[in-house]
Structures are given as structure tokens and as C-alpha cells.
Design a protein around this ligand. Sequence first.
Ligand code: SF4
Length: 446
Amino acid sequence: MALKALDIFKLLPKTNCKECGCPTCLAFAMKLAQKQASLDDCPTASDDAKAQLEGAAAPPIQLVTIGAGPKKVQVGNETVMFRHDETFHHPPGIGTIIPDNLDDAALTERVAAAGKLQFHRVGTDIGITVVGVENVSGDSATFAATVERVKTLGLPMVLMAQGADQVAAALGVCADERPLIHAATADTCDAFAALAAEKTCPLVVSADTLEGLAELTEKAKAAGVEELMMTLTGASTPGELDALTSARQLATRKGMRSLGYPCLVTSTDEDVYRNVGKASTFVAKYAGVVLTSLYQPEHILPLLTVSQNIYTDPRKPIQVEPKLYEVGAVTPESPLLFTTNFSLTYYTVEGEVEASRVPAYIGVIDTEGTSVLTAFAADKLTSGEVAEFLNSETVTSKVSHKKVIIPGYVSVMSGAIKEDSGWEVLVGPREASGISKYLKTVWPAA
Ligand code: SF4
């Protein structure tokens, strides 16, 4: 369990020598507690203190790396139950499962479909980050051949097989890619762990209870497997959610090391909605990897959207750079709107302007990443700042007119903006969804 700053302070030399770069031992202890420093920075820490602090400094959920090279995925390393307690550190790997019993044409199609599961949303590239290859055929050579074909995607792989022979065959063609081996049971743990230890690959253990998982993680660890994940078998979706929640609680709050590993969840319901529902649930709580049998873009995008929305740092508003944006082939006569630098606000406005097909400028004011109404209420969006922006070289060098469209929610600012800037102020729609119609109908007549 993570130590608090005062507990850490008690173990430090308390000489305030400053060699760690901090003015006092207490300041260093606070940085250590927030994981912003390493104990190595204190040259006089005793061996005993190091032993105690190193154990406590390890994250309650292990960091597991799947794959090698630039596309490798890191999962786990989580420290809290709830995002608002601190933040969630690593979004789950999300991937589709490709079975090894497809004929050649179908396999080509599935690999191609998996390669297309990449999207651009609110200014960010998102997509599947892992791919599962499932040994449905039971045949080692077929499994290895399928793995070779899937390998062309360049994504970290999860080798899903029940027998060690099949896993060994697949590792023969991809061990260098450091795939995740899925999944060792009580019966196969020795053989799977031996393969994982030999090839230094991460391993998933599976059991139908948390006690069973704890036993297997201890066993695999003793066999030399360095990175482990867990998967629960035979449970309903609510039961699995309960178990993952308990595992997270026991690891983060009670310091139970044998359950301190990220979990892998598979979602294979033939009903698309239940499948998406289950996968989304575990993206939110508390999977480290979610694999689904689905592979259509419209089924995968919701999972990625959930992940993108949850795995943000609540301590840092998502912001875009405050500047003048050009949407479409603008001319000096194009309309000018303004909004704030809260990322979701900006991309909503940009999407609506784009949809209108009316080339336009969007001026983005720095409001520390807050939305229009919040910024206005907090005095972060003032007529003075808007006026300064409108009359800046950035705007006047590009826009020949002096008409600005302001968000309808802050229509109350129109008089002050006009007075401070000398610009004509047009009050736009309250909701971004009205922008398209506004640009096509109101602006031309303005
Ligand atoms: S180097 Fe160690 S002893 Fe010196 S101030 Fe930092 S924590 Fe204290």
C-alpha cells in the first residue's frame, strides 16, 4: 500500500542536506509520496529505509508491457479506485479477436478490417491497441500461421490458447514481439509459466475465483514470470464486475500483492449490444485489456470513446492552443466566431462549422481549459480579453471585416465587447448545433 508523506519522512535521514534537490527531507518525502521523485536521489538513505520504501513505492497494480517497439502497450500501474481520487494512469488496451479457423480469404478480410479500426476524435488519434489471436482450431501449425498473418498489423498480440504446445508454436514466430500469453489455468500454469519466463513475455492467469487467481499469480511469479495479468472465468458480467472491483480494492486499499495485477476481460456475446455493453463496462471498470469478438468500426468506436473520456487527468482540463483557427478555405471576408480553449467546446464548434461548409475563422480565447459559461462565471472570459484578441495582429492581419459572432450563452457580454473592441457583435446560437444553420442563413444577411 502506498505510504503517506509523513510515513516516508520518518524513514529519511532528516538532515535536510538538500542533496536530493529539495530544501528539506519533508519536501522530498512529499515528492516521493506523489511519485515525482526517486529514492535514489537521496544518497544517505539507509538500506533499511530503501527496503521499506522500495516495497511501498511499487504501484499496487503492476505495470505490464505488452508488445515491443513503438506500438507497445502499457497497462496497470493504477493506484486509486476512482479517477477523482488522483487519476487513472494507463487506458486499457482495446482489441478485436481474430480466430485461427478462418479460411484464407476470410482471414485476409479480418486482418484488413482490424487494420482499419483507427479513428480521429476530438483532435486525437484513437484506435485498437492490441489484437487477440484465438486458437479455435486446436492445431499448433494453424495457430502459428494465423499469428504470422496477424503480426503484419504491427499491433501487440494476445496469444489465446488452451494448450502449451499451441502457445509454444505461436511463440516460435512472434516471441520477439513480446506477446501476452493467455491464459494459464491451475492445470497448465507450470507449462505456461515456463514459456513466459523463458521468452520474457507477460502471462495471463485464469481462475473462477479471486482466491484461485491469487494462488496462480504467486505460483507464476515463483516460476520466474515477471509480468502478470489475471482473467476471471465462468462469471456473469455483474459477477465479473464485482470481482474486478474487489480485486482493485484489495490491491489498492489493502495492499494485497497477489491480486495487484491488471485484469483482462473478453467480450464475445453474439448479441452486438450486449457485447458492446460488456466491453464498455470493463473499459470503465477495471480492465487492463478488453478483447472483443466485434470488429466493425461502429462497434469499436464506442469502446474507444469511453476510454478516451475516462482516461483523462481530472486535474488537467483538456485544452487546445488559444489562437485563430481556420476552418475550410477562408478569405478575409469569412465569418469569425470565438469560443474558449476547452477542448470539447472547441472541437464541437469546429465540427459544426465544418459541417456547415461555410469557411470560417474560430478565435480561441485562453480560459484555462474551461467551457464558455464556466469561464464567464469565473471571470476568465471578459470583454477586455475578447477585445484584445479581436484587435490583435493575429486577427486583423487575416480578417478584413469587424463583425464577430459570440456564443449565445454569453449574449450578455455583447454590449461590453462592442464598447471595448469597436467591433460589431452578432449573437450566435446558444447551442453549437445551431451554428451550421446560423452560418448559412443569418451570417450572409448580416
Ligand atoms: S538528500 Fe536525503 S537527507 Fe538530504 S535533504 Fe534530501 S532526503 Fe533529506
